[in-house]
Design a protein around this ligand. Structure first.
Ligand SMILES: [Zn+2]
Length: 298
């Protein structure tokens, strides 16, 4: 049998490979077998058990050693605050799950020799970020919503700001199902770890736009760029409005092989973009109007 330390290590890596979250283990859960496979445990090691006889009730309880070892490893990681317990995670995700904490996430990156800066793009969840994501999804949608931050904030690279950034990105990508709201493009890297789609601000951050779901939209890189520079915008009813200047572009501009990306934008005018099911988290008309007035070139 592996030592508890080895199991703790394996559990952290397994959490990373499952995007930061695994279901609480019961008997026969996939994850229990998966980690056993990593250690090459034999059948008799997986099924070895202890029997406890409860004399009063006249019953025998079996506990599998491998499960106990795994549970104890998880318990000790939770004590070290490297993962959150299912009884705590459920308050955020509604599921009984073990989840990496920020500290646990840092530890795995260290083990795997991945630079900390990758936290910005990896789709791995952490308890602290999910807490902010939950808040973002529960945001009110007032008629007079202001997409700009009230006080011009001094941009500081604080831990809070970093969590907020990652939560904004995660909330937007999740809401839009990891695809571009304009073209529907959905693709990840060969190692499944990085999504191509980006979380775009409608009122850009450079103009003090808010990091919330009403001021966000998921866009592929090309549509993100074309949106940010004003080649297209959205109408209040969330249909596409393209710049008429596209017509004046040289004919060899905007081609992807034999497909003209820019002309397609123009012909997609009045088409509704792909949106999350819940209307309360759709882009707010006040944010869109701001973009139409300040960024878009008619
Ligand atoms: Zn796109």
């Amino acid at each position: 049998m592996p030592t508890r330390n080895e199991v703790e290590h394996a559990l952290l890596i397994s959490l990373f490979n499952h995007n930061g979250v695994i279901r609480e283990f019961g008997a026969g859960e996939e994850i229990v077998d998966e980690i056993a496979n990593d250690f090459g445990l034999k059948e008799e090691q997986r099924t070895a058990y202890l029997e406890t006889t409860y004399k009063k009730e006249n019953r025998v309880k079996r506990s599998y050693l491998w499960h106990r070892l795994l549970f104890r490893a998880a318990d000790s990681l939770a004590k070290e605050k490297l993962i959150s317990r299912p009884s705590i995670t459920i308050l955020i995700t509604n599921e009984r799950e073990w989840m990496l904490t920020e500290e646990g996430y840092d530890r795995v990156l260290e083990i795997l020799r991945i630079p900390l800066s990758q936290k910005e793009i990896l789709p791995v969840k952490s308890y602290e970020v999910q807490k902010v994501v939950k808040k973002i999804f529960k945001q009110d949608r007032p008629e007079n919503y202001n997409p700009l931050e009230k006080n011009k904030q001094i941009v500081k690279v604080t831990r809070e700001a970093n969590l907020r950034d990652r939560a904004f990105r995660q909330a937007i990508l999740e809401a839009y199902g990891y695809r571009c709201a304009v073209c529907g493009m959905k693709i990840y890297s060969p190692n499944n770890l990085q999504w191509e789609v980006e979380a775009a601000h409608i009122v850009p951050r450079s103009s003090n736009g808010k990091d919330d779901i009403l001021n966000g939209i998921a866009l592929c890189r090309l549509h993100h760029w074309t949106f940010d520079v004003g080649w297209f915008t959205l109408m209040d009813n969330l249909t596409i409005l393209a710049s008429k200047r596209i017509i004046e572009l040289p004919t060899d501009f905007g081609n992807l092989w034999d497909y003209n990306f820019m002309k397609r934008l123009l012909s997609n005018e009045n088409l509704l973009i792909f949106l999350p099911e819940k209307k309360e988290i759709h882009p707010h008309p006040n944010a869109i109007r701001w973009h139409r007035m300040n960024i878009f070139y008619p």
